[in-house]
Design a protein around this ligand. Structure first.
Ligand code: AMP
Ligand code: MG
Length: 351
């Protein structure tokens, strides 16, 4: 599929969603006799799909989408008046923001520390400069990249002592929580559903998947790892899980092509260019989606050796990496669980 065709296809999908008031809904009893509700929504720049099993499923579905809208209104970089928008436009000044925004920024700073700044929530200026995923996508000049890199450093993000205000210490700096906010949102949906007694649900925020419990009949969910080759639909591998989140970062998600070179949306602050780590997709399987989201982006940025060294040190975190030669490397805990579905790929044995 050409990029133009993809763009037209994406616009058509979005238009269809608009026509149905951005919402497709299903309510029925599933085979296990459990009420269920399912909805899809265009939010956070992606298609969100939620399926809930249990009493009040339909009402809870509405509340989930309201919650997501609320998180987006606070943490989007582009929505005027959002917490992040106000921080980015009040350089040098402390800005009062919601507790959740502080919580997400703190978590992002933790990952910036442990990845030595490869994951960096202050990457906003570089992200805007490249414009990947927008109509303005272009290859910047090396001078522009140099200037923008000089405005990226998570250590210049300051949270006040009371933990209610944030300021950016360097002029022209910009926060971007795009690598972590979907994970946070998935966790928040789970919190809401759990408090309402829901034990089985499937939440998918554009590839950030979180499953609650097992399926309504208590069998595990089967989760696929998407084919990371551009325009190749389908799963390359699958495994079964209950109560887990699976988040993937890939160079096929948002990109543009110029003079035969593909430029994708995960920018390495060390170079100012899209990360070129030999990885085409990095998936994390763990308990909390905020960690999975931050870690999948981090793994993608750090590359196979450093990235997997980091994952190996973390308790309860598993990873699947697809290399650009279609080799699949996974952590120990997945070795007898992952089923390869596509012969173009091969499993790499870790030394
Ligand atoms: P993900 O799809 O979760 O891997 O996140 C990619 C998004 O994170 C991009 O679209 C940017 O908004 C943002 N981003 C890009 N590069 C970085 C980086 N080095 N550190 C943190 N966030 C980034
Ligand atoms: Mg991420």
């Amino acid at each position: 599929m050409t990029k133009n065709f993809r763009t037209i296809f994406s616009i058509l999908v979005i238009l269809m969603l608009c026509i149905t008031f951005f919402r497709i809904r299903l309510q029925e009893n599933n085979l296990a006799g459990c009420p269920q509700a399912e909805g899809s929504f265009f939010l956070m720049n992606t298609i969100v799909q939620i399926r809930i099993y249990g009493d009040k499923a339909e009402e809870l579905l509405d509340r989930c989408f309201e919650l997501l809208q609320d998180i987006e209104n606070r943490m989007s970089k582009t929505i005027e008046g959002s917490d992040i928008y106000r921080i980015n436009n009040s350089q040098g000044e402390f800005v009062s923001v919601s507790n959740d925004t502080i919580q997400v920024i703190r978590k992002a700073l933790e990952y910036a520390e442990i990845t030595e700044g490869r994951f960096d929530p202050s990457v906003g200026v570089l992200v805007d400069l490249w414009g990947i995923g927008t109509e303005q996508a272009r290859v910047p000049s090396s001078e522009e990249i140099k200037v923008a890199r000089g405005r990226v450093n998570y250590r210049w993000i300051e949270i006040d002592e009371e933990g209610s205000k944030v300021r950016l210490l360097k002029e022209g700096m910009k926060l971007d929580l795009g690598a972590i906010v979907k994970g946070y949102a998935a966790d928040e949906i789970r919190k809401l559903l759990k408090a309402e007694g829901i034990r089985s649900a499937y939440i998918n925020l554009g590839g950030n998947v979180l499953v609650m419990g097992g399926k309504p009949d208590n069998t595990p969910w089967k989760i696929g790892i998407q084919d990371p080759r551009r325009d190749m639909p389908g799963a390359i591998a699958s495994f079964e899980v209950k109560d887990k989140t699976i988040v993937t970062s890939g160079n096929y998600e948002r990109y543009f092509e110029k003079d035969g070179i593909l430029y994708h949306h995960i920018i390495d602050p060390a170079t100012g260019y899209p990360a070129d780590s030999g990885i085409i997709s990095a998936s994390i399987i763990t308990d909390d989606s905020i960690d999975a989201d931050a870690l999948s982006t981090s793994l993608f940025l750090l590359g196979i050796d450093k990235g997997l060294q980091l994952i190996d040190k973390l308790d309860g975190v598993e990873a699947v990496v697809v290399k650009d030669d279609l080799g699949i490397i996974m952590t120990e805990g997945l070795q007898d669980k992952l089923i390869l579905l596509n012969d173009d790929f091969y499993i790499v044995t870790r030394k």
